[in-house]
Ligand binder design. Sequence first.
Ligand code: GAL
Length: 397
Amino acid sequence: ANNGLAITPQMGWNTWNKYGCNVDEQLILDAAKAIASSGLKDLGYNYVIIDDCWQKNERESSKTLLADPTKFPRGIKPLVDDIHNLGLKAGIYSSAGTLTCGGHIASLGYEDIDAKTWAKWGIDYLKYDNCYNQGQSGTPKLSYDRYKAMGNALNKTGRPMLYSLCNWGEDGPWNFASTISNSWRISGDVYDNFNRPDPACPCTTYDCVLAGFRCSVMNIINKAVAVSQKARSGGWNDLDMLEVGNGGMNQEEYRVHYTIWAALKSPLILGNDVTNITNTTKEIIMNKEVIAVNQDSSFSPANRIWVKGDQQLFSGNLANNTQVVILLNAGDSAAKMTATWDDIWVYNLPNVDSSRSIEVRDLWKQKSLGNFSNHITLDVPAHGVRLLKFMDSATSS
Ligand code: GAL
C-alpha cells in the first residue's frame, strides 16, 4: 500500500466478535478507556475499530456518509477525537459493495467521497468488506480493481490510513492485495470454537470458493499454512479477529488460537469485552514474550513443517538468529511430541548441526527449559500447544 503502515502486524480491538451490530458511542468509548488504562495499549493494542452497523442508512445531500444518530449522537469525529486523546487510533468499517454485510450503506462507487470523509473525521484504519459487490469478483483482476479503487482514494486523502481488506480469501488476495493493502482476510469468519466442522464454513483448504462463516480455529489454521509465506512487512495474512475471552473455548484452545495467529503474523485484533477481562484471558492476550513473536523484526511468518495425525510442528525465523517452534496437539488427549533439529531447520539443510546444544525458552511460561541437543520431547496438552523460542540457531552458515 506504500503508506508506511503495518510494518509489523497491526494490533487492536474491534467491536464485531462480541457485539455484532449492537454498537454505540458509549460502548466504544468505554472500551477505548479500558484499553488505555489496562495495559493493553502499552502492549501494542492501539487501534480501536468500529465494525459494521455504525451507519445511517442515507447519505447527506452532498453524498457524505453519516453515522446513525441514535447510536452516535455526536457523530463519529468527536468520538475519534476522544480515542486519539487516549493515545489510541481509530478504525472504521465499510464494504466494497453497495451495502455492507449487515445491510447498511457501503462505498462501491463512492470511494473518493468516503475516503475524504474518513480522513476529515481523523480515521486511521479502514476495514473494507466484500458483501453486495455487484458481481465484481470471481477473478483476481475484478477483485483487485475494486479494492484498488479504495486504496487509491485513501492514498489521495494524504492521511495515512491502514487498509485492511476483508474479502475472506476470495480470488486469492495474498496474490493481488499485497501491493494495495496492509492486510487481507484469508478465510470466512472465525467463530468461537476450536475444531467443530460447520456446514456454513464448507472450505477446508484455501483453494475453495465459498468462504462462508462459522470457521473454527483449526479450520482457519489449516487454510492459513498454505499461504503463510505470502505475508511480508506492510502486507499481512489476516486470520480474522481474536475470540479469546468470548467463552467458547477452553484455555488451552485459546492458547492455540493466539499462538498460531501470533506466529503466522496475523493482525492481533481483540474481539472480547475489554472492560471486564478475567485473569485467564489476560494470561493469553497480555504475554509480552508471545506478542514479541508476532511483532518480531524479522517479519517472518512461521511455516508448518509437518502433520502427523493430530500433531503439527511449526518453525520460523526470529531476529538475532533465534527461532520460534510450536508443537501443536489438536488431539483429544495429551501427547508427547518430539521435534528434531533437522525438522526445525529443514529449510536450512544440509547446513544444520544436529548435535548443537541450544537453550530453549517456553514463551507461555516465560522461563527457560534448559539446553537440548538433537531433538526436544515435551508433553503437550489436549487441544494445546507448546510455544518455544530457540535462543540460537543450529545452522552453521
Ligand atoms: C463479515 C466480516 C466480519 C464482519 C461482518 C459485519 O463479512 O467478515 O468480520 O465485519 O461482515 O457485517
